[in-house]
Design a protein. Structure first.
Length: 387
């Protein structure tokens, strides 16, 4: 298992990039015009079923209503709400998109669309939807916080800061703002600003959110053991906080405890089978054990959550390389380095693949690129930390 830790560090150490948003994510239910309801009572029947938690029956009833009222925005939006309750996110997204095709300026439906993307971990699409809501309604706090959370989870902390700093004065006592903005500051190594917000949260008492932030601060300072301890405390305080087990597991990996980390990743996947980081890291651990079928299953699921993710594609290519499917590995790796020319790990793997099929000149070229990129990185590091 030690090899897994080395592989993770070589892979790039995407540690603690999963953010836990303790925000109540609520979709908005719409009501239909009284005239239409009077003509066809099936809308009221569907709404009553939805209110009583009978979501399958509500979905069927909304479907019947839409057979004769196909352009009814409220029914399509509420169908999306019900489908989200059932975990049928792709169908919910389709329902919201149809509603928006009818009423493109309906900010409530667009917020619900963003929530469907968010729930299904399609974060780029969620950001776009929330941004369009904020363009019309800049005071929509739920859209702003969710957009910031998406940016954090996409490793775009600077964009999260841009979204949140306008609220810092007017909402200084808002624990949610303190949490998200504090995490963003810690991610961008603005530790002093992050500490101010940690202290602000702690004034409300100890919490899982505060422990997550302290773990982040310690991890940034290189205290890996302390980071793992704080994140363990966060799990103890609130094991249902979204993503907290995956965060703790990542900290354990970096601190050199892969066996314990695996159990935490498995626990997170039981809670949320679509957790991106848990799938990615489980894939890495299983690949290190040469359990290639199982690792590929997790990588494929992670890629389904974030289509196009370069890290995941690189790992799938590495499985192909390990299985001696060199042609497929080369095809995937060439696409990756074309899209991300500075991705060192992909260049290393591509050089290996070229050498394996006796394409020495191309392998040498990739090796030279790796050396150049590493030299450039060393030069940047020397500038950041002058002696």
């Amino acid at each position: 298992m030690r090899g897994a830790v080395r592989a993770l560090r070589y892979y790039g150490g995407v540690m603690l990039t999963r953010w836990c948003l303790p925000l109540v994510v609520a979709v908005v239910v719409l009501t239909v015009a009284g005239r239409v309801a009077a003509q066809d009572p099936s809308f009221d029947t569907a709404a009553a079923l939805q209110k009583s938690g009978k979501f399958e029956a509500a979905a069927a009833e909304y479907g019947r209503f839409l057979e004769t009222h196909s352009d009814n925005v409220e029914a399509r939006s509420n169908l999306g709400v019900v489908l989200m309750q059932l975990g049928r996110y792709e169908e919910a997204i389709a329902a919201y998109r149809t509603a928006l095709a009818i009423a493109p300026s309906n900010a409530t439906v667009r917020l619900n669309l963003g929530l469907a993307f968010y729930k299904s971990d399609k974060l780029d699409e969620a950001v776009d939807a929330f941004a369009r809501v904020l363009a019309d309604r800049p005071d929509n706090l739920q859209a702003r916080y969710l957009a910031a959370d998406c940016q954090l989870r996409l490793d775009h902390a600077a964009d999260a800061i841009t979204l949140l700093t306008p609220l810092e004065t007017s909402r200084s006592d808002d624990p949610m703002l303190s949490y998200l903005l504090g995490m963003a500051y810690l991610s961008t190594k603005q530790t002093d600003k992050g500490q101010v917000l940690i202290d602000r949260i702690l004034r409300h008492g100890d919490s899982a959110e505060a422990q997550v932030m302290m773990g982040m601060a310690k991890r940034g300072a290189g205290d890996l053991k302390g980071a793992a301890e704080d994140l363990k405390r966060a799990v103890d305080l609130n094991p249902d906080l979204p993503g907290v087990r995956a965060l703790y597991a990542q900290a354990l990996l970096e601190a050199g405890n892969p066996d314990v980390a695996r159990g935490e990743f498995e626990a997170e996947l039981k809670r949320n089978p679509l957790d991106f980081d848990a799938n990615l890291y489980m894939g890495l651990l299983l690949k290190n054990e040469q359990a290639y079928d199982d690792s590929l299953r997790h990588f494929t699921r992670a890629l389904g959550v974030r289509p196009g993710d370069l890290r995941t594609r690189n790992q799938i290519a590495s499985v192909a390389l390990a299985r001696r499917d060199t042609t497929l590995a080369i095809e995937m790796l060439e696409a990756i380095v074309k899209e991300a020319p500075s991705y060192v790990e992909a260049h290393v793997a591509l050089a290996t693949a070229y050498y394996r099929v006796q394409r020495k000149a191309e392998g040498d070229s990739e090796r030279a690129i790796v050396e150049r990129l590493n030299q450039e990185k060393d030069a940047r590091d020397r500038v950041r930390t002058p002696r």
